[in-house]
Design a protein around this ligand. Structure first.
Ligand SMILES: [Zn+2]
Length: 307
């Protein structure tokens, strides 16, 4: 059976909404209505998650971008033939997003993109949404790779003047133990934000504001986190996926960015399965379109077909 026909998970790109009925109705009366993405401008959309929670998607790169197939070949190119078969165009759509959650008149920004000195557009997207960096109350980090924490700094100066920053302790301590460029960037962030940077344990269920919960999603990095917002209605899934069109066909395929590919694949399947069972909306930092998946197909099907 052809794989592509089985994976009809819908990526709710704002521009597609007028042409589809996916966001406008939900046949299951027990589930809340599906949100509809509204385009604000290029790279910015808004969705009402529930009556108290708004999600604003912010694309950090100027134009939608792609990743080459070879990123997903795996150790010793073990998956190269499979990847080329599943992705015949040679590349996979993959942008960089951050997500702003507005809840209880507070603003929580999940990740900060590459930063202005690397061409990141997050601040201009934020401005288009009506906010400046000084308006951000909380910054919650999925992990500490440069395309997620670079935007916290402009040179060695803080960009977000009053935000409280939250990061899993295990993630922060890992990067502080590394002498490479990413470790050095993490150290500069920790120095710059000082007492406003809070390292939390995954076992502390009250560590985060606005009722947000962190769940360990280790593999991409040693402290990579998924966040649940409004119960499990919205899952902010960080870098579980780097090439959706490819990885939704076989969730065992990992990009070379995953530090532990086996753990990353396990986390990917676990959280996509959770989202499917709980009818969660997924917001992923490298998903295509506006970065939001409204409906997630059962992962069991994906795994069965991958074998
Ligand atoms: Zn990333």
């Amino acid at each position: 059976m052809k794989l592509n026909t089985l994976f009809s998970t819908t990526i709710m790109v704002a521009s597609m909404l007028a042409a589809t009925s996916c966001g406008s109705s939900n046949n299951n009366a027990e589930q809340p209505p599906l949100p509809v993405a509204t385009a604000v401008c290029e790279g910015v959309t808004t969705l009402e998650i529930d009556s108290a929670t708004t999600l604003i998607t912010l694309r950090d790169n100027a134009e939608p971008s792609t990743q080459p197939n070879r990123l997903f070949y795996g150790k010793d190119n073990k998956d190269s033939a499979k990847v080329e078969q599943l992705s015949p165009s040679g590349s996979v759509p993959s942008s960089i997003h951050a997500f702003l959650v507005k809840k209880d008149n507070k603003l929580a920004l999940f990740d900060t993109g590459n930063g202005i000195d690397k061409g990141g557009k997050l601040l201009s997207r934020l401005d288009s949404a009506g906010y400046g960096p000084e308006n951000i109350d909380y910054i919650i980090l999925t992990h500490m790779h440069g395309d997620h924490i670079g935007g916290l700094l402009n040179g060695d100066s803080v960009v977000y003047a009053r935000a409280e920053v939250f990061v899993p302790q295990v993630e922060c301590q890992y990067w502080l133990s590394q002498s490479n460029g990413n470790g050095q960037l993490a150290a500069r962030v920790v120095d710059a934000y000082g007492s406003r940077l809070h390292q939390f344990s995954f076992t502390d269920t009250t560590a985060l504001p606005l009722g947000i919960r962190a769940m360990a999603a280790i593999g991409h990095t040693p402290g990579h986190s998924v966040y649940s917002v409004s119960g499990n209605r919205l899952l902010i899934t960080g870098d579980l996926i780097h090439g959706y069109d490819l990885q939704c066909q076989d969730m065992n395929i990992s990009p070379s960015y995953d530090i532990n590919p086996e753990q990353a694949a396990h986390a990917r399947k676990f959280f996509y399965s959770l989202a499917s069972r709980k009818h969660s909306i997924i917001a992923g930092m490298h998903l295509p379109g506006n970065g939001v998946l409204i409906e997630v197909e059962p992962v069991q099907e994906m795994e069965m077909q991958a074998e």
